[in-house]
Ligand binder design. Structure first.
Ligand SMILES: [Zn+2]
Length: 395
């Protein structure tokens, strides 16, 4: 028996090497004045950047630009929205990793209404409903990780002791186009491949076992995980020469954004939010370092409390998939899943939490702040002790 489900809107998706060349033409559909939002990455020094600007000129377009140096804050979004108030921006193009895309998405959402993003952030402030209108937004990822090109939320961070990491979320923030060109990922360094790849993997895994999972997202998540199994370590080991593996991870990351936007995430992302707010831990590293431990604790809790539930069967399915062995029974498949996640974490050198200054005294504060939106779709309600155990295993 199949439960009812909804699929919310997706961006139009252009996927493949060279697709970035279509960007000027796509942007020109929305008007003459474009806002370009990039990360601090080398994209501005590349041939692709020069070609993009020439292409925009050829279409009679002019531009403003914003450079996002770190994970975006509400302050950055508000400052840029105010600065650009009189610029009559017709379309926003975000080119970069998750930080640049999330900043671009939030700025596009607020350029026309002109109010502060703090009015809408989940879990902090008044949480006023967003009624738009959003400026059209085109997302061009240059890493394979967050899937922000397909999601309806922008994650904004305030760092420090009273920090937070929260979402500005609305379906009208979804990009008009996601232009996923694997050639843009060619210069990704190995630690970025590892952290973002493990983020994509975590997003696929957590959406597959989410309490809101449905047959549509399950099909995408399984395919994304199959491709991740065959691509992530190959790309990590071989770097620039592994063009197929790089394309595979660009696709898997896109799928992870689609599935997370539809059905939510789980305990790893629940913990990644306070970890990233209180400590200088990049999002992908937080997810990558925790996913094996969190999977082990989730499976253990499910075995104790809901042994007949669907989630344990799904974890077993993932063990057979990542282990590439259909003959494993459920118990062996659970062990295989945890072993493989642990092996990848070690092989790709995902740093432990203490590398970023997390110590035992911090754990209870992290646990207290972990029950945001992601934790609500975890396959089982974890106790505070169980959540703390996940952190201790990776301290
Ligand atoms: Zn993530």
């Amino acid at each position: 028996m199949m439960n009812a489900f909804n699929i919310s809107r997706l961006p139009r998706i252009l996927f493949g090497p060279g697709t970035v060349q279509q960007l000027p033409g796509l942007a020109a559909r929305y008007g003459k004045h474009v806002l370009l939002v990039t990360g601090r990455s080398a994209i501005r020094d590349s041939r692709i950047w020069t070609e993009l600007l020439c292409g925009l000129e050829a279409h009679g377009m002019t531009w403003e630009d914003v450079k996002v140096e770190t994970e975006p804050s509400p302050y950055l979004v508000d400052t840029e929205v105010t600065r650009l108030q009189d610029c009559a921006i017709d379309v926003v193009v975000g080119i970069g990793g998750g930080s640049a895309l999330d900043a671009a998405k939030a700025i596009a959402g607020l350029l026309r209404p002109g109010n502060s993003v703090m009015d809408h952030l989940e879990g902090v402030g008044p949480e006023r409903p967003y009624s738009g209108p959003a400026t059209p937004f085109i997302a061009v990822p240059t890493t394979a990780g967050t899937g922000s090109e397909a999601t309806k939320n922008a994650v904004l961070s305030l760092h420090g002791e009273h920090g937070f990491k929260k979402s500005f979320r609305d379906e009208s923030l979804i990009a008009e186009y996601a232009v996923v060109d694997p050639d843009l990922l060619a210069s990704c360094p190995a630690p970025v491949i590892a952290a973002n790849g493990m983020d994509a993997l975590t997003q696929l895994l957590e959406s597959f076992v989410s309490t809101k999972a449905n047959p549509f997202t399950d099909a995408l998540a399984l395919d994304g995980l199959r491709i991740t199994r065959d691509s992530l370590l190959v790309w990590y080991r071989q770097g620039a020469s592994a063009a197929d593996a790089r394309s595979g991870m660009a696709y898997a990351a896109l799928l992870s954004g689609i599935t997370l936007a539809q059905v939510g995430l789980g305990s790893v992302h629940g913990l990644a939010a306070p970890l990233g707010a209180f400590f200088p831990i990049p999002h992908g590293v937080a997810c990558g370092t925790l996913v094996a431990a969190a999977t082990q604790i989730n499976i253990q809790a499910l075995k104790q409390r809901t042994p007949a539930g669907v989630a344990l069967r799904k974890y077993a399915q993932l063990g057979r998939l990542l282990g590439n062995d259909e003959t494993l029974d459920d118990l062996a498949a659970h062990d295989t899943l945890i072993e493989i996640l642990d092996k990848w974490t070690r092989e790709m050198d995902l740093p432990r939490l203490n590398h970023y200054g997390v110590c035992v005294d911090d754990l209870s504060r992290i646990v207290t702040n972990s029950r945001g939106s992601s934790m609500k779709t975890n396959p089982i309600l974890l106790t505070d002790d169980e959540i703390e155990t996940v952190l201790r295993m990776r301290l």
